[in-house]
Design a protein around this ligand. Structure first.
Ligand code: ZN
Ligand code: ZN
Length: 240
């Protein structure tokens, strides 16, 4: 049994009283968040742009960025919008090594994943140098926590990051595409596993879409029926 399985098999309420995953206050009721942090989380509606699920006023519409450059994936399913509380959770998981927070995220992501119960969970990979310095891939930890809740299976090594990429935040959409070009590769035998399967590409935060587009392109070329991005939070103001 690995460390993750040991951790994941602990009973849910093994350490009462529980603390809010956002601010650390003691919780008096069941749940992961206090009322204040829960309110600060921007829960996204199920409907939105037909292609990328960006919230829109009317159902069945396509947002302007998708009209000008349709994404390679089939939609983004995010639990919450990027904000103070959701960013803090993602940072504490990644840099504070609070791996238990993955279970909190997975709990809110699992309902988004329910539409495709047979989908394969594929974590966005880290480059091996970053994996070595951090010690874990947060996307894989989150994918394992979703697997524990939904029974959907994880394919941990389906994608490999074979090139280190610079931070994409400040690049133009074109420069982002160039930066991630050739950055990812598929595992040997990927075609057999992917043929006709629905895939959830799992990540903590969805920002520019360049990384997930590069991954989605590869997965679809290898025969995936659909590739949706399943993430904890997504930035809404970035229009690339
Ligand atoms: Zn709180
Ligand atoms: Zn869109």
């Amino acid at each position: 049994m690995g460390w993750f399985d040991r951790w994941a098999s602990l009973p849910l309420d093994f350490a009462l009283p529980r603390h809010c995953a956002g601010c650390g206050d003691i919780l008096e009721r069941q749940g992961f968040f206090c009322a204040s942090c829960w309110q600060q989380l921007d829960h996204l509606p199920d409907t939105g742009c037909t292609l990328c699920t960006t919230p829109m006023d009317l159902p069945g519409m396509i947002c302007a960025p998708c009209l000008s450059a349709p994404p390679e994936h089939d939609g983004v399913l995010a639990a919450v919008a990027y904000g103070d509380v959701s960013r803090d959770l993602a940072l504490r998981l990644k840099y504070g090594r609070k791996l238990g927070l993955a279970r909190v995220m997975a709990q809110l992501m699992a309902s988004r994943a329910a539409a495709f119960p047979e989908a394969l969970l594929v974590p966005v990979p880290l480059h091996r140098w970053r994996l070595w310095s951090r010690g874990f891939n947060q996307a894989l930890v989150i994918a394992r926590a979703i697997e524990a809740q939904t029974g959907q299976s994880v394919s941990p090594d389906m994608l490999r990051r074979q090139k280190r990429t610079a931070p994409l935040g400040h690049l133009t959409p074109n420069a982002r595409r160039k930066e991630v070009a050739g950055a990812f590769a598929l595992a040997a035998g990927a075609r057999q596993q992917l043929s006709g399967r629905h895939v959830f590409l799992v990540d903590d935060v969805y920002t520019t879409g360049a990384t997930t587009n590069a991954c989605a392109r590869l997965l679809k070329k290898a025969g995936a029926a659909s590739v949706r991005v399943l993430c904890w939070s997504r930035a809404l103001r970035d229009k690339s």
